[in-house]
Design a protein. Structure first.
Length: 277
């Protein structure tokens, strides 16, 4: 018995020696896969992108106050003497369920250099803005945003309130504060009453998911010339609100046409105010 006890104690001593000789091992937390390379393939067909710093910028709060209405501003500035123009800007929220938030097409002679809107952000995420120039070159910038739950946040308005305002539009025009009126530079703001349901929100009464319903096409003309078009997704916030800069072309009228995923078409017309303030 004494021999067995000595043998047992010896084995315990060896085990303890091994345990304390080596640090405790814990499983490493799983590393999150960066979704951006896959998004480059899916959205941009793996096209080469260059650093867009100095040509395009993206402005968002680093920590969102409300993940369902996060402000974002996109700006473009081509170097003096550069005769190219920006054809489109694609906004990608990497960790959102549908990452491509919007693709903005810019009218060739519209002079759009700034676009602001509000988006839903579902997780802590990198956000990319990709500008395509008319020579086919892609330029990319990115920023990091801390937010959570924006795509599933309940709507601010009830279904009845939203239905009463469905498709209602407001259009405002302003003189661009950084330019003299003679330059023709202006700003305008379009607001559309629409729930822009993401499909991830739950009805607080029935506890059923509200079907996705959102503005997926938008076009704004100055006279017969396109100023701005948008291909939208579920990441654009409730009651879409878009503010943009443009160059007045002397046309007498603005026209807007929007379509949603149920096939509804909403239209509006407003006189162009050349001296808008």
């Amino acid at each position: 018995m004494r021999g067995m006890t000595s043998q047992f104690l010896g084995l315990v001593g060896v085990a303890l020696a091994v345990t304390f000789a080596a640090p405790l091992s814990y499983a490493d937390p799983p590393q999150r896969t960066d979704p951006w390379p896959g998004l480059v393939q899916d959205i941009f067909n793996n096209r080469t992108m260059d650093d867009g710093t100095g040509v395009i910028s993206i402005e968002m709060p680093s920590r969102a106050e409300d993940a369902a209405i996060v402000p974002v501003t996109l700006r473009t500035t081509l170097p003096s003497g550069d005769t190219r123009h920006v054809k489109s800007i694609t906004l990608v929220i990497d960790e959102n369920p549908a990452p491509m938030a919007a693709k903005f097409k810019l009218g060739e002679a519209a002079g759009v250099s700034e676009i602001s809107t509000r988006v839903r952000v579902n997780n802590y995420t990198m956000v990319h803005a990709v500008a395509e120039l008319d020579d086919g070159k892609l330029l990319m910038v990115k920023t990091y945003v801390k937010a959570s739950g924006g795509c599933s946040a309940p709507a601010a308005k009830t279904a009845d309130e939203a239905s009463k305002r469905l498709g209602q539009m407001r259009f405002r025009q302003f003189a661009k504060s950084t330019d003299a009126p003679a330059s023709g530079a202006r700003e305008a703001q379009l607001m559309i009453g629409h729930p822009n349901n993401s499909g991830l929100q739950m009805d607080q009464v029935t506890h059923l998911y509200v079907p996705a319903l959102f503005i997926n096409e938008l076009r704004i003309w100055q006279g017969d010339k396109l100023v701005l078009a948008m291909e939208g997704g579920i990441s654009i916030s409730e009651d879409p609100n878009i503010r943009f800069s443009y160059i007045s072309n002397g046309a007498q009228q603005f026209r807007v046409e929007a379509k949603d995923t149920d096939g509804r078409v909403f239209k509006g017309e407003w006189p162009a105010e050349s001296s808008a303030m």
